[in-house]
Design a protein around this ligand. Structure first.
Ligand code: MG
Ligand code: MG
Ligand code: MG
Length: 305
């Protein structure tokens, strides 16, 4: 029986490349694995697959009765509705520990680094398995994406070292240039509906029984969205109702200015103001230096619930 490998819902590049890279490694180690995904891929991930000849993982929205490896989250809410009926053989993640549990012992590689692919690179090294050129290129890009080209506070020395080694394997000298091209691809908003923008990198979080939705748009220049802020906020209101959220947040992250514009629709905006010790104006506020949802938003918001 083959084992499926996948990351979180609304997959990002780390989730997709992690599925590809870990499947290859496991196959080399004699375990039959199939890379999978839970939804459509982003323009950024398409850029990576095109550049390095990557194959689109299989769409897998139900996993009851299957063996699975999980990458890039341990929050149940980020997985298939029937994830409880799957056997989780292992987890490879770099987030806070979530609420997934297992009934059998499992392999676990969970570490506070900038990207799941950094961990997967270490697992390759641990087993002494050679990383193919094209997979090295994809892993390099996934790390550059998650660490915002090393600018994110989540980035560690282990991540930069991994990128340098992967760049060498895939024969790319100017990896920062590829990183920038990737973020330009990611920044495309022309023709995108407000809903598709609000869901582009959307994650729901269960905060003590309250649902909080947080989307992040990482862009080279967020000012191109200035004329569309009201439209985005209108749709955030609708999304909040539809999903039964307590709070919906959109972070417009400017990777050049190195900060984020936080937009919110909430049943209680004072929770956001006290979490970050700031005042909202027009339901929005600029947060200088904030690049990471995982490290600079969630840990401050969670205790408010
Ligand atoms: Mg991710
Ligand atoms: Mg990640
Ligand atoms: Mg990300």
């Amino acid at each position: 029986m083959a084992t499926y490998v996948f990351g979180h819902k609304i997959p990002d590049s780390d989730s997709i490349v992690g599925a590809i890279a870990l499947s290859y490694l496991k196959n080399q180690l004699g375990e039959e694995c199939i890379p999978a995904r839970q939804g459509a891929i982003s323009a950024e991930t398409q850029f990576i697959l095109d550049k390095f000849d990557g194959e689109l993982p299989l769409l897998k929205t139900s996993v009851a009765g299957e063996n699975v490896y999980i990458v890039d989250s341990t929050d149940k809410i980020h997985f298939q509705d029937d994830i409880d009926e799957a056997t989780i053989l292992g987890i490879f993640d770099h987030h806070k520990l979530g609420d997934l549990t297992t009934s059998t012992p499992l392999e676990m590689w969970v570490r506070p680094v900038g990207c799941s692919n950094t961990i997967i690179k270490e697992v390759y090294d641990y087993h002494g398995v050679k990383i193919p050129k094209n997979i090295a290129g994809m892993m390099m890009c996934a790390i550059l994406s998650d660490t915002v080209i090393f600018k994110s506070p989540t980035c560690t020395k282990i991540d930069t070292k991994a990128v340098k080694e992967l760049a060498q394997i895939c024969g790319i000298e100017d990896y920062k240039k590829i990183g920038m091209d990737m973020f330009i691809a990611k920044s495309q908003v022309d023709g995108a509906s407000a809903r598709s923008l609000n869901k582009r990198d959307y994650k729901a979080f269960d905060m003590n029984g309250q649902q909080v939705g947080i989307n992040q748009l990482e862009m080279v220049d967020i000012s191109v969205l200035d004329p569309r802020i009201d439209e985005l906020m209108q749709d955030m209101k609708a999304l909040k109702e539809e999903e039964g959220l307590h709070t919906m947040i959109v972070l417009l992250t400017d990777i050049m200015k190195e900060g984020s514009m936080l937009l919110t629709v909430s049943d209680d905006t004072s929770k956001i103001e006290s979490a970050f010790d700031l005042k909202l104006h027009n339901s929005r506020v600029w947060m200088d230096g904030v690049l990471s949802r995982k490290k600079q938003i969630i840990p401050f918001l969670q205790p408010q619930f």
